[in-house]
Ligand binder design. Structure first.
Ligand code: FES
Length: 149
């Protein structure tokens, strides 16, 4: 990855962590799940409102690092309005991209591009996936906690 691209990705992550989109809570959510990273003690609570099989709204309440907050912000921007099946597909695509040995070939407008910089920091992969695990659990209607370990 070029230095320019790495700088751009870091800039996007910092911007999302400083000004996260969809931070907060939802009253009377259809799904709610907590993601915990026991290694650092961080946690993120995901709330979803559904409209049939689509995500009508999603918010998150995070006590986490810049990567986890940015990932939650980018994820909620991407997935509000999408179907539950698409949420699962995008979660799998994201997880596969993070651990792939191949260079990711993503379209310029692919929202996941900004999070690909995390691939260079294996210790932070779980920070990036934490909100996604929680969202998948929330759309399943689980009130239970999910954990990175
Ligand atoms: Fe705790 Fe990133 S350091 S989630």
């Amino acid at each position: 990855m070029s230095t320019d691209l790495r700088d751009l990705y870091q800039e996007i992550i910092l911007e999302h962590s400083r000004n996260p989109k969809n931070a907060g809570t939802l009253d009377d959510p259809d799904g709610r799940a907590t993601g915990n990273n026991p290694l650092c003690g961080d946690r993120i609570i995901l709330y979803v409102k559904l409209d049939g099989d689509r995500i009508k709204d999603a918010k998150f309440d995070a006590r986490g690092c810049a990567v986890s907050v940015a990932s939650a912000s980018i994820m909620t921007e991407m997935l509000i309005g999408r179907s539950i099946a698409e949420v699962r597909q995008e979660h799998k695509r994201f997880a596969d991209l993070l651990i792939s040995k191949d260079d990711p070939c993503l379209a310029d407008d692919d929202e996941l591009s900004a999070l690909m910089g995390v691939r260079e920091f294996p210790a932070r992969l779980k920070c990036a996936t934490l909100p996604w695990e929680a969202l998948v659990a929330a759309v399943d209607g689980n009130e239970t906690d999910v954990t990175t370990e």
